[in-house]
Write a protein that binds this ligand. Structure first.
Ligand SMILES: [Zn+2]
Length: 466
């Protein structure tokens, strides 16, 4: 442990909590303590948190008050996660339709942290959290990093999906928090040309990070570049992936190129899902202290462990904008066997259903699926409020690449009478990335689900041939 690790854990993190009003240090201590609880103790803790949350929802959240009354359910009837099945699932559409009624009237708007699923998972969903939720999120991540031998204060090289303004990173609270406390140095993966990969490589070598972090596909593109150029790499302790389904070939390539073990994470701000790969690679341990995961069919009926179904999440820490039985849109299953590592938290065996496979342009350059939705923002800038307004005029989209590598982009507008020309920037954005591909934009009344029943925003039949 270095002096920086010690200072970070005992000085910078507490100062961060003080300035921000968060409780990351306290939550982390709590999670370290509950990490080795047995199944019955963990259950007891989870049930108690659930009962408190349900009471709060009924008493202070108009949407839930009306729902419980309409169904004739009393909050006392929901004592365990099995009892949750009494309630219908919360869909993205229900949230959009009832947005204002989903806020708790007991919590001051001063504490709201408005959030959205952003540009990386298809159409965005607006929701809200607070610092308590944020503390829980950070602490759960830090606990998992400790499983992997990573300490707070170790440097992290992050490849994110968007362009991150360095000035902004240094002169905002969040930026300072990232740099000084999390020691998370963020770089952009939006541009996948060899030049930008080389820039990222040079930055990584300068930084000498303990960990690499980012979308599996973004890190994979960097690894491929390093391999192709036969470049040396600095010693890396661990690779941390998140944000999309990790393809087995990405895991293999990343571990091979960086000579380090990879640990995946699966989370979602909407629904408060937190899970981190078991240090013994047995699956993803659910942070049972912070969220309840059920696997259900489309209608919300619980499925037995081992069976693949919809991920249905109840966020135990979000009291501002509570999620009870939220269908996040991913498919997964829960393992039937207890984990040999000794932790009693349940394991997600595999997450399916989020777009994670790469699309290639005609030059064979892979385009990360997480960058594709960002192209619906003018200049790919999803931080700009004016551009967000344009983006929010879109109700749904789908990117289809045919066998020849050409693209058809389907767009469903919220208001079909909007002038179509204002969306021509989308064609330019796609042409810039998919060099040599025909790009067509088609305005449609509806975008049907795929034959698998999945709602996916990118579909490709194109296999790049070198
Ligand atoms: Zn385990």
């Amino acid at each position: 442990m270095t002096l920086y690790n010690l200072l970070d854990q005992h000085l910078f993190l507490p100062i961060g909590d003080l300035v921000y009003g968060s409780r990351v240090q306290a939550k982390l201590k709590e999670l370290r303590r509950t990490d080795r609880l047995d199944a019955a103790q963990l259950r007891q803790l989870q049930d108690a948190k659930l009962q408190r949350l349900v009471r709060h929802c009924y008493d202070t959240v108009p949407y839930y008050t009306q729902l419980f009354d309409r169904l004739g359910i009393k909050p006392e009837q929901i004592k365990t996660r099995e009892d949750l099945a009494l309630l219908p699932v919360l869909t993205k559409q229900t949230i959009r339709d009832n947005y204002d009624n989903l806020f708790s009237t007991a919590i001051s708007p001063k504490r709201w942290r408005k959030s959205s699923t952003g540009g990386s998972t298809g159409m965005p969903l607006k929701f809200c959290t607070d610092t308590a939720e944020w503390s829980s999120w950070k602490a759960s991540t830090l606990r998992a990093w400790e499983w992997y031998g990573l300490q707070l204060g170790d440097k992290i090289f992050s490849l994110g999906g968007s362009s991150i303004n360095k000035k902004k990173q240094l002169f905002s609270f969040k930026g300072l928090y990232d740099r000084v406390i999390m020691r998370n140095y963020k770089y952009s993966s939006a541009d996948v040309t060899d030049e930008s990969m080389h820039r990222n490589y040079v930055e990584m070598m300068k930084l000498k990070p303990a960990a690499l972090r980012g979308y599996g596909s973004a890190l994979y593109i960097l690894a491929r570049y390093i391999e192709k150029q036969h470049l040396p790499v600095c010693p890396i302790k661990v690779i941390l992936t998140t944000g999309e389904v990790l393809m087995p070939e990405y895991r293999r390539k990343l571990e091979e190129v960086f000579h380090a073990p990879l640990y995946d994470a699966y989370g979602a701000g909407d629904g408060g899902i937190l899970s981190h790969e078991c240090p013994e690679h047995q699956g993803l341990h659910i942070t049972e202290e912070a969220c309840i995961i059920e696997i259900t069919d489309k209608q919300g009926h619980p499925l037995p462990d081992g069976q693949v179904g919809q991920v249905c999440a109840t966020d135990l820490d979000n009291y501002v904008f509570p999620f009870l039985r939220y269908h996040v849109g991913d498919m997964a299953y829960i393992k039937t066997e207890p984990c040999p590592c000794g932790r009693a938290s349940r394991l997600i065996g595999e997450v399916m259903g989020r777009a994670g496979r790469l699309m290639y342009n005609k030059q064979g350059v892979p385009i990360s699926p997480t960058v594709l939705p960002m192209m619906f923002y003018p200049h790919l800038d999803y931080h700009n409020t004016e551009y967000q307004k344009t983006y929010y005029k879109i109700d749904k989209f789908q990117i289809r690449q045919d066998r020849n590598g050409d693209l058809l982009i389907l767009l469903k507008l919220k208001d079909p009478s909007e002038p179509h020309e204002q969306f021509n920037y989308i064609i330019d954005n796609y042409r810039n990335h998919f060099t040599g591909s025909e790009v067509q934009l088609q305005f449609v009344d509806d975008i049907p689900c795929l034959p698998s029943g999945k709602e996916d925003y990118c579909v490709s039949e194109y296999e790049y041939q070198a």
